[in-house]
Design a protein around this ligand. Structure first.
Ligand code: ADP
Ligand code: ASP
Ligand code: MG
Length: 439
């Protein structure tokens, strides 16, 4: 079995959907399990409904979505009534207006629910037995953490049983699930990759293919660095550092289920299906022999650095555990930590409400919060090799970019550091030149 996930851009119009159907058909022998996102832009349009106070504005937005999908269906020569039921439900919800996390997830679920029938419809038209499924019908049962739901413990077992029993090629909605009580949930923006990984792991699939509009995982975001090149092979650890620190190419959660189940993930291009793309393999140690020092670069904006100074740090580790307890209590996730003998610095998302947290931390020592930072992350097999840090920070120094909170993963898989947000893009370009374009 191959799990094949197609992103929104690859499903952006009738022609692209036809192209996706061709790719699926070409893999028919591998028993494809198809997972789809919403048509490009639709989730954002649905989200915009939430901010609209006037009924007529909401209905106009609904009409825009309905028209787009009807147009695609008709260009694909599909049955006119194919989407009627789902569109009726969406219109009802749009008219009513939605607020609150539960309604928001229900509303956002429509993108995938409108897209899957288009893909299975084209497959059927081409003589391939196929059916569209909302993921919960095949076992994607989640907790009720709306906006960031997680599959329940027995979901993989259910998914395996139900998908194995199918006799058609399923086209499954990514990104969404349902609670035991019947409320629809979403797995977080970009979550279709996560759906594909959960399903691939549950089925012990031969591979999970993430089909996109780029050649694979590139050395940097091609929108920022046009010179970015394809990375043919990455280990799970490297890919997850990249995803976590902002590379929009894969959902950060998508790596873990696949890694745990030992199912390889391929990132491939829908517009160039013959190209090999990027393969994410499990074994970092083996890979380490044959790669560049720095394989890929990314950065994450909107970061705040929190510095805690206290003479009591001289006394040992108790303060460390107290600090983590406080972060835990405020449900605030820490990305990077650096320490000295009398201070600890940590980074968090600037978006979090930090004033209560900072106040709490003042029980420990003097606290300073600095906004407007970014974390830059370099991954590769050799970032711990002799001289790498020297070259890296000399290059940044020559470009006049100050750096703080340098931290290196123990296995040598990544180097992260903090810069002013305004310098992040330049830092990425400088390091890309140094490590990728010049070798
Ligand atoms: P999809 O709709 O298929 O899920 P996304 O828009 O979520 O696609 O992600 C693909 C985009 O990620 C690409 O258009 C590219 O601009 C961006 N991107 C950021 N970093 C990288 C990277 N290192 N390699 C490839 N693409 C990247
Ligand atoms: N359609 C959802 C989003 O835009 C999920 C995804 O694309 O993976 O976030
Ligand atoms: Mg995506």
């Amino acid at each position: 079995m191959h799990v094949m996930k197609f992103g929104g851009t690859s499903l952006g119009n009738a022609e692209r959907i036809r192209n996706v159907a061709r790719i699926v058909e070409d893999s028919r022998r591998e028993r494809p399990i198809v997972v789809v996102s919403a048509v490009a832009g639709v989730t954002d349009t649905l989200l915009s409904l939430l901010g609209k106070k006037s009924l007529s504005a909401r209905l106009r937005t609904y009409e825009k979505i309905a028209k787009l999908h009807r147009k695609i269906a008709s260009e694909l020569g599909l049955d006119e009534g194919l989407l009627d039921g789902t569109l009726r439900d969406l219109r009802f919800l749009a008219a009513k207006g939605a607020s609150g996390a539960k309604r928001r997830d229900l509303l956002l679920s429509f993108g995938e629910r409108l897209c899957a029938p288009l893909v299975s419809g084209v497959l059927r038209e081409g003589g391939v037995p196929s059916e569209a499924f909302p993921a919960w019908e095949l076992g994607m049962i989640t907790d009720d953490a709306f906006g960031k739901a997680e599959p329940l413990g027995n979901a993989p077992q259910l998914l395996r049983k139900k998908i194995n029993a199918l006799t058609v090629i399923p086209v499954i909605t990514g990104y969404i699930g349902r609670t035991r009580k019947g409320d629809i949930t979403t797995l977080g923006r970009g979550g279709s990759d996560y759906t594909a990984a959960i399903i691939g792991a549950a089925l012990s699939a031969e591979k999970i293919q993430i089909w996109k509009e780029v050649d694979g995982i590139l050395t940097a975001d091609p929108r920022l660095v046009p010179e970015a090149q394809i990375v043919p092979e990455l280990a799970f650890e490297e890919a997850s550092e990249l995803a976590y620190f902002g590379a929009k190419v894969l959902h950060p959660k998508a790596i873990l289920p696949a890694m745990k189940a030992g199912v390889p993930v391929e990132v491939v291009n829908t517009f160039a299906p013959k190209k090999a793309g990027t393969t994410i393999v499990s074994n970092f140690r083996e890979r380490k022999q044959k790669i560049r020092t720095v394989e890929a670069l990314t950065f994450k904006r909107n970061i705040a650095a929190i510095h805690i100074y206290s003479p009591e740090f001289f006394d040992g580790n108790i303060l460390m555990s107290r600090i983590f307890e406080i972060f835990e209590r405020h449900h605030t996730v820490v990305d990077v930590i650096t320490t000295s003998i009398a201070s600890v610095s940590l980074t968090v998302n600037s978006g979090e409400n930090l004033s209560a947290l900072a106040k709490h931390l003042e029980e420990i020592g003097t606290v300073a919060v600095e906004h407007g930072k970014a974390i830059v992350c370099a991954v590769g097999g050799g970032v711990n090799a002799a001289g790498v840090a020297g070259v890296m920070f000399t290059a940044l120094g020559n470009a006049g970019i100050p750096v703080e909170m340098i931290s290196q993963a123990a296995s040598g898989v990544s180097m992260t550091f903090v810069v002013e947000e305004k310098d992040a893009e330049e830092a990425l370009k400088v390091l890309h030149k140094e490590y990728i374009e010049h070798v």
